[in-house]
Design a binder for this molecule. Sequence first.
Ligand SMILES: [Mg+2]
Length: 288
Amino acid sequence: MSYAPNEAEDAVDARKSEIAAFAHRMRHHVIDMGEAQGQGYVGQALGVSDILATVYRDRLRFRPEQPQWPERDRFLLSIGHYAIALYAALAEAGILDVEELDTYATDGSRLPMSAMATYTPGMEISGGSLGHGMPLAVGMGLGLRRRGSRALVYNFLSDGELNEGATWEAAMSAAHYELDNLVAVADLNALQADGATDSVLRADPLVDKWESFGWRAVRVDGNDLSQLLRGFEELDRDESGRPRILLCDTTVGKGVPLLENREKAHFMRVDEHEWQIAREQLEGSVES
Ligand SMILES: [Mg+2]
């Protein structure tokens, strides 16, 4: 009996397994960096590894050997404390050497605990004061368009940043200027420094809210690669000239049950003996 494989499906499966492997290696880097320092925003980083792997493996146009290539897509890490996650992605993307991750958060390192554009290749902005990524993305989008560039600006922000007025002012500006070169990606992990997002300041219904601000918005499970790929493709198909946002629900600590089930805290405590358990649980999470 002959079997004619569906090539389109095979191609998608191949992309997905490359992204999954990228995300898996990222999570290991995060655990290694966290253990070396005894701390870090590990829960958030594990939660967004699938998103960053999808973006860096499948979406962004960049040249690893030339981080300042003028035509590169810009990826703005508005959430500066997620730097540990981006370092892991930059290493897997070939912009940083994997060995350099060993210097994370040590004196003299190019990889400080909070993102610094002047220190790290591939880090486009210094995050930290939350809510500033979106205004910067709008300015960059306008500047690139004026230059006639085809580069896209991705702004990676958090659900906590949806409490910030500056985010919404910038969102209105992006729609006003019809910035179709702007793609926002939001990590909705239902957590922020002061507690659960719903208890601090409720932001739902987010798709309706963004659409009413003049954006094209799609919401997906940010830990499901099929949904992430489909979500981005749905945004690609929008030709209305609107800015676009992918809203991604994620699980803090994703891939490490010990941390997924921990009482959720913005800065998660991990005891010394737990790093190795985390590593072993991560191995157990790989689908065969
Ligand atoms: Mg959050």
